[in-house]
Design a protein around this ligand. Structure first.
Ligand code: PLP
Length: 491
């Protein structure tokens, strides 16, 4: 195929050139109904290109095959057999993938460091999770993706599991040995889904961690808006092989998706794919060099330490995306939350993941010398400010790795839809949780529905919230109270 083609962008141009007059949604009618203030802030182009996909971008029967061709071009560019665009984020795509592999009460082997959207998928579907432990780093208090052996053990114990799911890269950029995990799954003729939300850029440069399609995964899900140039909410999932039926995958996505996809999102995806096909290698070359320079410069700042070697040491992660610059700030005696807030307020800089001892700066192909210089100036200022006022106890009580893993007493779906009570947090020890408690970002639930609460995990979350951790999905985000199952079933 000719990767310089851009079917969606071309269809949008043609739509403008032919001056179509819509008697369809969207009701703003290409901006005619938009007030001056909204138009001044958002700009006319946003509304002009916000058109219906069917009877807008393409005709009533999609005879122009606009979207099909754009998806085929993307599939070819990233070495997949089929590609599906979604305008509902990877939060939806990952559920579509899960539902294409397992149905209600069937088993799916999943790493316990899964994103909350995977847990939502379990709640909605009633799929039974067979949890695989991540690789814990007890010194740095961080979970990396599980080892392939952990998947092998899960399949030995549960040969009836319908497939497996692994998150790689994690929001910290650490990666699983996808090829080895895929081999484990394929020994049982079961498919591997990779939640590669953070990996949209991986197919476009060989020095980046292995791309799931190249490593033999059956389905992978990417958020093109995270590390790529897609608009927010754009997600793309890819498929290959015969362990998952692409028609089933399409039907599951159709079940969950919107009937009003955004042509803006499709168009930006189409343009980004053509851009990457033409220049991705060179752009990512430059980004990798820039990331290298940033890491070296941060290392020279007293009190800051860039995590790299310790993340990919033996028995830790298999690989690391160098564009995620993860900085340990524990020597400054404060939390990543405090530093992130301070950088936004003082330097107008927004960081990505912040936790009790780390901050992270996500670099992409779109950064340049000016953005990274601002980042480095701000980080030097952080070290000056916090280095001098350091108080050593952040107040957060971090459990041991084994204390982080809770007993799954009920299916996530059963606990979520059970009769519930809202109890003071300190009275919930031993109770079955009925909600997700997810420090955000990165969005990995510390507790999920059906897990039995323990004193260390409650202490971790409540002390964390006291120190600036955000747990937005809890009914009571202050965690003064927690929602638990009212009655446990007898079986
Ligand atoms: C690992 C992982 N999977 C899935 C998602 C959901 O992606 P989206 O924000 O595109 O819905 C995220 C979001 O942060 C994530 O970190």
């Amino acid at each position: 195929m000719n990767q310089s083609e851009t079917p969606v962008l071309d269809a949008l141009l043609a739509y403008h050139e032919h001056a179509y007059t819509p008697f369809t949604p969207p009701g703003h009618k290409q901006g005619r109904g938009i007030d001056a203030h909204t138009m001044a802030v958002l700009g006319p182009a946003v509304f002009a290109s916000d058109v219906l996909a069917v009877s807008g971008l393409d005709d009533r029967m999609s005879r122009g095959a606009v979207l099909d061709r754009a998806q085929q071009l993307m599939a070819e560019a990233v070495h997949a057999e089929h590609t599906f665009f979604s305008t509902c984020g990877s939060s939806l795509s990952v559920k579509s993938a899960m539902l294409a592999v397992a149905g209600p009460h069937e088993k799916l082997v999943i790493s316990r460091d899964a994103h909350k959207s995977v847990v939502s998928g379990l709640i909605l579907s009633g799929v039974r999770p067979i949890w695989v432990d991540p690789t814990w780093d007890p010194d740095l208090h961080l979970a990396h993706p599980p080892q392939p052996d952990a998947y092998a053990e899960a399949f030995t114990a549960h040969p009836d599991a319908r497939g497996a799911l692994v998150t790689s890269p994690t929001p910290y950029g650490t990666c699983a040995d996808i090829a080895a995990i895929a081999q484990v799954c394929h020994r049982y003729s079961r498919p591997l889904i990779v939640d590669e939300a953070w990996g949209a850029h991986l197919p476009f440069h060989p020095a980046l961690p292995t791309w799931a399609m190249d490593a033999g995964a059956d389905v992978c899900v990417t958020s093109a808006h995270k590390m790529g140039g897609g608009l927010e909410q754009s997600s793309v999932f890819h498929h290959q092989g015969n362990l998952v039926d692409p028609d089933v995958l399409r039907a599951r996505a159709d079940l969950l998706g919107t009937t009003s996809p955004s042509a803006l999102i499709y168009a930006a995806l189409d343009g980004w794919r053509a851009h990457m096909a033409a220049s991705g290698h060179a752009l990512l070359d430059a980004a990798l060099a820039r990331a290298h320079h940033v890491r070296d410069a941060v290392e020279k700042v007293d009190g800051l330490r860039v995590n790299r070697a310790e993340f990919i040491a033996p028995g830790r992660a298999y690989d690391l995306d160098p564009l995620q610059v993860i900085i340990d700030i524990s020597a400054l005696g404060t939390t990543g939350y405090a530093i992130t807030d301070w950088l936004r307020e003082r330097h107008r800089i927004n960081l990505h993941v912040a936790d009790h001892r780390r901050i992270s700066a996500q670099l992409t192909y779109a950064d340049d010398d000016a953005t990274t210089a601002r980042l480095l100036d701000a980080l030097r200022d952080v070290a000056d400010q916090f280095g001098s006022t350091a108080s050593k106890d952040t107040g957060i009580r971090i459990p041991d790795p084994q204390e982080m893993r809770l007993e799954q007493a009920q299916l996530p779906r059963d606990a979520f839809f059970a009769r519930t009570r809202q109890l003071p947090a300190h009275e919930t020890v031993g109770q079955v949780c009925a909600e997700m408690l997810t420090p955000y970002p990165p969005g990995i639930p510390a507790v999920l529905p059906g897990e039995r609460l323990t004193a260390p995990i409650i202490e971790y979350l409540t002390s964390g919230v006291g120190a600036g951790m955000v747990v937005p999905d809890a009914v009571d985000p202050e965690l003064g109270t927690i929602r638990v199952v009212d009655e446990e079933p007898n079986d």
